[in-house]
Design a binder for this molecule. Structure first.
Ligand code: ZN
Length: 343
């Protein structure tokens, strides 16, 4: 962040100031989305523990309501007090350090948090395809890879680290949109091209938490919601596949944890990644709602005026810098949205 921006955001760190902006938040709540947490022992980059503590400390000291997802959905729907600036935390996927690093920190601050688990991952049946790609590019024996991809031959060459990262990102983006069943063959080709043996089970850096750990996390206050069985793009899956991914992940979750949260979280979560078919199924299964990954606030007005809105709740990626987080929760970001919308 630039120093000018830091200077502009500085008043937000002063006690009392955020209250001035709360009026902009009257119909809005902030839902944050987290993924990986920094764990030096396993070589994992991600949200830093001290940053998370600092952020939760800030929210607690400044009187923000930290609410569970169930409470949030009830309040957005008109039950109980207005959501007015409430903040909810979510974590996606079910990685090990979400249990070992994140759960104790959220517990320390008494902050509710819901982790959305890919049940096949916790069941030991898979490791994520994007992690496999990262692993292959990281361990590549050579600085190039040629992979047949549909009608194309992709020809990646890299010298510097940034070039390798670009190649990995390009390959990952292409893999996202092919059917889930076709991914293993393409990734096997990449493994051959990079001359890396792809382990059958995830290496430590990409490992899931166990169901036992999930139950221990529940005792610390963390709750769990379903995030499909294999993490496909639902909108690109056949009807019966999409239905199975949703119903089976919900069934596995209910079998393993004590208080499963009846809120679903779409894999990837952009508007293009799910549709009416998923919304209809979730409603039929009795879910309270569902979370997307499109950035934005959870808005009570939209929630009450459109039946589908509770199945398309937006989230913000949890920012790496405290001033940015404050910008979201304090209403500055909301204020900016309102300004942009006015003529
Ligand atoms: Zn996910």
């Amino acid at each position: 962040m630039t120093s000018v921006k830091q200077l502009l955001l500085k008043p937000l760190l002063m006690p009392g100031f955020p209250a001035l902006l709360k009026y902009a938040q009257r119909d809005c709540a902030t839902v944050f989305m987290l993924h990986r947490f920094r764990d030096p022992e396993r070589g994992i980059a991600g949200c830093d523990s001290s940053h998370l503590r600092q952020a939760l400390g800030y929210l607690t000291r400044n009187g923000y309501e930290l609410v569970s997802l169930v409470e949030l959905f009830e309040r957005l729907g008109g039950k109980g007090p207005q959501a007015r600036g409430a903040v909810a935390f979510t974590i996606d996927d079910g990685y090990l350090e979400q249990a070992t690093v994140a759960a104790p920190i959220f517990a320390q601050f008494g902050c509710p948090v819901t982790t959305f688990v890919t049940t096949g991952f916790l069941d030991g049946k898979l490791w994520f395809w994007w992690d496999q790609i990262e692993y292959l590019f990281q361990h590549a024996a050579r600085r190039s890879a040629q992979v047949r991809f549909g009608d194309e031959v992709l020809d990646y060459r890299w010298e510097r680290e940034e070039e390798r990262a670009l190649a990995k990102d390009d390959f990952t983006a292409r893999c996202k949109i092919i059917p889930q069943a076709e991914k293993p063959a393409v990734i096997a080709q990449l493994a051959a091209a990079t001359q890396v043996d792809l382990p059958a089970a995830p290496p430590a850096a990409y490992a899931p938490m166990s169901w036992n750990q999930a139950r221990e996390c529940e005792q610390m206050g963390m709750t769990f919601g379903p995030h499909t069985v294999t993490h496909p793009v639902l909108s690109r899956s056949a009807n019966e596949v999409a239905a199975h991914e949703i119903t089976e992940s919900w069934a596995r979750l209910r079998a393993e944890v004590r208080k499963p949260v009846p809120v679903f979280c779409y894999p990837y979560g952009w508007w293009a990644d799910f549709g009416e078919r998923e919304v209809d199924l979730l409603r039929a299964l009795g879910f309270l709602g569902a979370l997307a990954a499109e950035p934005g606030y959870a808005n009570a007005l939209a929630f009450r005026s459109n039946e589908d809105d509770r199945f398309k709740v937006r989230r913000f990626g949890f920012p790496d810098e405290l001033p940015h987080m404050i910008q979201y929760v304090s209403g500055v970001e909301r204020f900016k949205q309102l300004l942009r919308r006015s003529p």
